[in-house]
Design a protein around this ligand. Structure first.
Ligand code: FE2
Length: 289
């Protein structure tokens, strides 16, 4: 069983927290974020969506055959705020079947730099303390995502390791997964394999080659998904896990959304390969806390 810690008055990682992170690969910090802050982020995202004009990007989203446009839109999102849709939000003719706020899968990947509210939230002292105490010498904010896991159509995310997508040499990727609403088994909470984080590299690499991407498999043994346990996260809980923890989430077929904000931090002291999918212009390097 994965231990949980109440982090209402968090002032640093305890020995038990360190041990839980090292043993399981994930640390569950209940109430690290206030409900007020969760609500503030949700409201703000709602406002951001009002200014997004889906028709402007209709070629990107209208059909699955527009793979190239989709790739461009995705590959250039490393320093911007971009909107990605749930696959099931479209009918056979490529038309949205529901209002925009109920159709978006996620927003990413740089609102921690492009938006004042998200910038302030992502830079809260507790996250810096945790990153530093878990060994990052020069913590840098690499990417963040607002994930909606929409009611009924929230897509599943297969088992993966974040270091596949956010790779440094040596591995230093650290994720903060913030429950902005209760995440339960019914609405598609995260699942993880306790202790599955041991090793020194991910099973596969997601590689950018010009305007294309490909996956390079380093280890083709399947994830031991039968060992996955639900990482239940009531509103305000933060799951902290390294880039090698295998994790997944099931589809949300319930009537409740499951909003979450994720932040990925890397060590500026590690090498960030040029063939990582997420790249930034030289004028906008990964920032510090
Ligand atoms: Fe992930």
């Amino acid at each position: 069983m994965i231990p949980r810690f109440n982090a209402t008055a968090f002032s640093g990682l305890t020995t038990e927290m360190h041990k839980a992170f090292t043993t399981n690969g994930v640390l569950v910090l209940d109430e690290l974020v206030s409900h007020q802050d969760c609500d503030r982020l949700r409201l703000h995202m709602n406002t951001m969506m009002q200014s997004f004009d889906a028709s402007e990007h209709s070629t990107v989203f209208s059909t699955k055959s527009e793979a190239h446009a989709q790739d461009d839109y995705f590959l250039s999102s490393g320093h911007q705020t971009r909107f990605f849709f749930e696959e099931e939000a479209f009918d056979n003719n490529g038309q949205l079947t529901r209002p925009l706020p109920e159709a978006i899968n996620k927003v990413g990947h740089a609102m921690h730099d492009t938006d004042d509210i998200f910038a302030g939230f992502a830079r809260q002292p507790a996250f810096k303390t945790i990153a530093t105490e878990l060994g990052l010498v020069d913590p840098r904010l690499a990417q963040s995502m607002y994930i909606f896991k929409q009611p009924e159509i929230g897509g599943e995310v297969g088992c993966h390791q974040d270091a596949t997508f956010i790779r440094t040499e040596p591995n230093s990727c650290l994720g903060f997964w913030v429950a902005l609403e209760d995440a339960t088994e019914e609405n598609g909470c995260l699942w993880g394999i306790p202790g599955g984080h041991l090793g020194d590299q991910p099973k596969s690499l997601f590689i950018r080659e010009g305007t294309q991407t490909r996956t390079e498999v380093l280890d083709d043994t399947p994830y031991e998904e039968d060992k996955c346990v639900p990482l239940l996260a009531p509103k305000g809980t933060v799951l902290v896990f390294g880039g090698l923890l295998p994790h997944m989430s099931r589809a949300n077929r319930s009537s409740k959304s499951r909003h979450a904000y994720t932040l990925h931090v890397i060590d500026g002291a590690a090498h960030y390969p040029e063939n990582n999918w997420l790249q930034r212009p030289a004028s906008m390097p990964f920032g510090r806390f």
